[in-house]
Design a protein around this ligand. Structure first.
Ligand SMILES: Cc1cc2nc3c(=O)[nH]c(=O)nc-3n(C[C@H](O)[C@H](O)[C@H](O)COP(=O)(O)OP(=O)(O)OC[C@H]3O[C@@H](n4cnc5c(N)ncnc54)[C@H](O)[C@@H]3O)c2cc1C
Length: 411
């Protein structure tokens, strides 16, 4: 740390933008990956911050434990999950990952290692969850896993003909542990926002077929497929996306089925190098959240703009959030929309227009997904930013911890 003028921690590099990059010093945390202690009574796990969620899931699901919150990939580290205060499909009920972290040890700019929790150094605890690595290095963390009876999820699929319908279904389904909707980002007119809503619960042993009840954590092993080449730029266009979306929406059969947890939570992890579908010029993810009162009008405006540009991809997701906790945590009570765009000059211009809609509706962008927005957008979207900056100034006057993102956005 002494040798480098400034640096940033890097977990497994799954943030989409420049949050874990600093050309002067990028500290790879991935070798810091040991489990330190586990209490089988309470599910309390202490591990080093470079531990991959994939390793936790592989070790603990067979013992009947599941992470309290998981993002849509398990190839993330615990440090990255705290620093981005990640959310999952259960945010409306369970909050974000930081809500389940009892404590962590943080190495600050002066080299001190501080235990942070809701009662020890609480201001630092609050700033570090969601603080994108800018308060220091998270070294180890303690959190509780949830007890599960099986490795399967009871999934209920519902169709919604438009945005009003899917929002009504989200509101009605808040007693479900998990909910997420795939949304057809190119549907227009009366069908704007048509979706498939996927609700989920951890299945109980009694819900499994009789012959599987003796091995409830055995799930079918599928080998991951690999995208073999960069798709040509023209392959992903408004016609191919529209055709895919039509087919996907029609094939989404309403009803209940049992799916394994890998299929429910990590569908993209089964397709290695899926980013190559977007071609050699790459892609950007755009994720925003709008306050609940503005969500209907704001989402309509965003979807109208995206559909008329014929942009976006088949991986568009809508989700209902609960509350926000950390100073820079992304979630707020309202709806979040996430979708991928192939990088072209047209989509970059479109994203500027989307920013304006998000801004006008009192929303904000997710730092873990951003590589391009401006500081005003973030300043106006995050009311906690002024307090975050003030704390950072006291804690790290020499700006030891800094990323390309923090410099770009003046965090
Ligand atoms: C396919 C896919 C699906 C995703 N789905 C979701 C989702 O559903 N919900 C969601 O919230 N996010 C989601 N994400 C984003 C991802 O969860 C976050 O970007 C997460 O922070 C990545 O963790 P990482 O270990 O790869 O961290 P990195 O990408 O390496 O770093 C992310 C941030 O964490 C900081 N950081 C990392 N380790 C430490 C440490 N030890 N100490 C201090 N700071 C540290 C970095 O400085 C950086 O600011 C998804 C990403 C992908 C690729």
């Amino acid at each position: 740390m002494e040798a480098s003028k400034s640096l940033i921690a890097r977990g497994n590099g799954r943030a989409y933008g420049d949050a874990a990059l600093n050309p002067r010093g990028t500290l790879l945390m991935g070798r810091n990956d040991r489990f330190l202690s586990f209490d089988p009574q309470s599910g309390r796990l202490t591990c080093e911050a470079g531990t991959l969620l994939a390793d936790i899931v592989a070790a603990f699901v067979p013992l009947g434990w599941f992470p309290p919150v998981t993002p849509g990939t398990k190839f993330v580290t615990i440090g990255g999950m705290i620093a981005a205060d990640v959310h999952g499909k259960n945010h409306h009920g369970a909050g974000s990952f930081g809500d389940h972290v009892e404590s962590f040890d943080l190495c600050t700019a002066d080299g001190a290692v501080l235990r942070c929790s809701a009662t020890e150094n609480p201001a630092l605890f609050h700033a570090t969850r969601g603080g994108m690595g800018l308060t220091g290095l998270i070294l180890r963390a303690t959190f509780r896993l949830n007890s599960i009876e099986t490795g399967m999820i009871r999934q209920e699929t519902r169709r919604a003909a438009n945005l009003d319908e899917v929002m009504a279904q989200f509101e009605e389904s808040q007693a479900w542990t998990y909910s997420v909707a795939w949304i057809d980002c190119l549907a227009s007119g009366a069908s704007i926002g048509r979706s498939l809503l996927y609700l989920g619960e951890h299945a109980l042993v009694a819900e499994l077929p009789v012959d599987r009840r003796t091995a409830p954590f055995d799930i079918p092993r599928k080998s991951a497929k690999r995208v073999p080449l960069d798709f040509p730029g023209w392959a992903l266009n408004r016609f191919s996306i529209r055709a895919f979306n039509e087919l996907y929406y029609r094939r989404g059969r309403p009803g209940t089925e049992l799916v394994d947890y890998e299929t429910y939570f990590y569908p993209l992890d089964a397709l290695l190098e899926w980013n190559r579908i977007y071609g050699a010029s790459g892609f950007m993810q755009y994720q925003c959240v709008l306050p609940k009162t503005a969500s209907r009008a704001g989402m309509q405006a965003l979807l109208r703009k995206i559909a008329s540009a014929g942009a976006g991809s088949f991986l568009a997701v809508l989700k209902l959030f609960g509350r926000q906790e950390g100073l820079l945590s992304f979630p707020m009570e309202g709806y979040t929309l996430a979708l991928d765009f192939r990088v072209t000059s047209e989509t970059l211009s479109l994203l500027v227009e989307l920013d304006a809609i998000v801004h006008d509706h009192g929303g904000r962008l997710y730092l873990a997904k951003d590589a391009r927005t401006g500081s005003k957008m973030i300043r106006d979207g995050y009311p906690g930013l002024a307090s975050f900056r003030a704390l950072r100034h006291i804690l790290d006057p020499q700006v030891k911890f800094s990323s390309l993102q923090s410099q770009r956005l003046d965090l």
